[in-house]
Design a protein around this ligand. Sequence first.
Ligand SMILES: NC(=O)c1ccc[n+]([C@@H]2O[C@H](COP(=O)([O-])OP(=O)(O)OC[C@H]3O[C@@H](n4cnc5c(N)ncnc54)[C@H](OP(=O)(O)O)[C@@H]3O)[C@@H](O)[C@H]2O)c1
Length: 240
Amino acid sequence: MKIFLAGAAGAIGKRLVPLLLDAGHHVVGTTRSIIKADVLRATGVQPVVVDVFDVSALSRAVCTARPDIVVHQLTDLPPGLDQTMMAEGTRRNARMRREGTRNLVAAALAAGVHRLVAQSIAWMYAPGPEPHGEDDPLDVHAPGTRAITADGIATLERLTVASPPINGVVLRYGHLYGPGTGADAAEIPSLHVDAAAWAAVLAIDKARSGIYNLAEPNRYLSTDKARRELGFDASFRLTA
Ligand SMILES: NC(=O)c1ccc[n+]([C@@H]2O[C@H](COP(=O)([O-])OP(=O)(O)OC[C@H]3O[C@@H](n4cnc5c(N)ncnc54)[C@H](OP(=O)(O)O)[C@@H]3O)[C@@H](O)[C@H]2O)c1
């Protein structure tokens, strides 16, 4: 299939590209950087230089690519989640989730795309009995910056699963660690970046429209649905 990978040069995108190419897909991958576009091309990706907030350029890029599937791995976070930059990063990332996702969905609809797989996060559940399942409410009434993040997530997820005729899949990832993330370990619920990328491949092949929790075994949330329906295994790692 032809995959339009928004965020091909990001922490997850870099690990996802070789998996998609190995699976025989043609990958059109986005970046805002001409230098990163050259790197993507060298790895076998057809690069597109585009900013998700440039509505007409994004629509042109997706319509020209005419992909079967759009994969949304866009975030706007500081490198290594640098805490000194996280307040501003939280606002920027929420904007990415609200406006960036809206633009990407509009472009996908204009291009006649029928499937969207989008990255979300798995630690935004409102307080309540654990482990949390995918149907538990999000913490949109939380105090402080958590509410900004929860609102961004709620919008991204609604746009993904409720933009017919698009069949939308939301991947709620745990805290990432591993190559390119700036972390060798992560707090619970944790997820190795390779397993996060692998979940996107499984979602392309197998997921029904809806939401999936993806994390290593933990007491905070259940990953039963992903393991049962996708065959997700959090111990997956890319070979060297
Ligand atoms: N679940 C999690 O814990 C989680 C999830 C995601 C990220 N993170 C962490 O956040 C940190 C930063 O992540 P990252 O290195 O992937 O970088 P990032 O700056 O968050 O960017 C991610 C991707 O989004 C793209 N992007 C950002 N703004 C864009 C825009 N306006 N238009 C088009 N594309 C845009 C970037 O493309 P360009 O090539 O143009 O830069 C990149 O491919 C890392 O430490 C990572 O581990 C954690």
